[in-house]
Design a protein around this ligand. Structure first.
Ligand SMILES: Nc1nc2c(ncn2[C@@H]2O[C@H](COP(=O)(O)OP(=O)(O)O)[C@@H](O)[C@H]2O)c(=O)[nH]1
Ligand SMILES: [Mg+2]
Length: 192
């Protein structure tokens, strides 16, 4: 059973939710997504390009698009295309990669300022991953370096994770589930 089975079950009767899983290469996205993947998930599409690939898979009610934001933005126009459809973001950080923390922050800032993201109350779940590594920064430190407290107009949450054991992933998924449920309720209230 994948950790998202419960969420997928709850959403069973709802419309599809698109989750974007982003972060630099080597941060642990593929490892995390493989853990979250419900057992019946179908790998829909893997689009390999030189230096860039998008992983996509789908369950009955969740659709995931995973990509690396690395490569000096060379492939940005390829991935930005997916922003519009995203209703939740999982942003993965390698907490032990201190050298590239500044690059992760730049990519995050660029994401937050993108016209298709900027004015939307889209929930962002941060996974401060690789917590098991000896020189990993704490999630509080990662949060400070990425200036997360400056994100005022979107719900966000950060969890320390170890994708190899799965530690911390459930807490994050529970938070994301609450956010998606709330925004569905708000939309329903607005329609009523
Ligand atoms: N020690 C440790 N290694 C991890 C963790 N998560 C991922 N890795 C390793 O980091 C490398 C990159 O992971 P991957 O999921 O391919 O990253 P991606 O490029 O973001 O998709 C792989 O060798 C993983 O086994 C973690 O929490 N702790
Ligand atoms: Mg990957």
């Amino acid at each position: 059973m994948g950790l998202f089975d419960k969420l997928a079950g709850w959403l069973g009767l709802k419309k599809e939710v698109n989750v974007l899983c982003l972060g630099l290469d080597n941060s642990g996205k593929t490892t995390i997504i493989n853990r979250l993947k419900p057992s019946n998930a179908q790998v829909q599409d893997i689009v390999p390009t030189i230096g860039f690939s998008i992983e996509k898979f789908k369950t009955s009610s969740l659709s995931f698009t995973v990509f690396d934001m690395s490569g000096q933005g060379r492939y940005r126009n390829l991935w930005e295309h997916y922003y519009k459809e995203g209703q939740a973001i999982i942003f993965v950080i390698d907490s032990a990669d201190k050298l590239r923390m500044v690059v992760a922050k730049e990519e995050l800032d660029t994401l937050l300022n993108h016209p298709d993201i900027k004015h939307r109350r889209i929930p962002i779940l941060f996974f401060a991953n690789k917590m098991d590594m000896r020189d990993a920064l704490t999630s509080v430190k990662v949060s400070q370096l990425l200036c997360l407290e400056n994100i005022k107009d979107k719900p966000w949450h950060i969890c320390a994770t170890n994708a190899l054991t799965g530690d911390g992933l459930q807490e994050g998924v529970d938070w994301l589930q609450d956010q998606i449920m709330q925004s569905n309720q708000n939309n329903a209230n607005m329609r009523a």
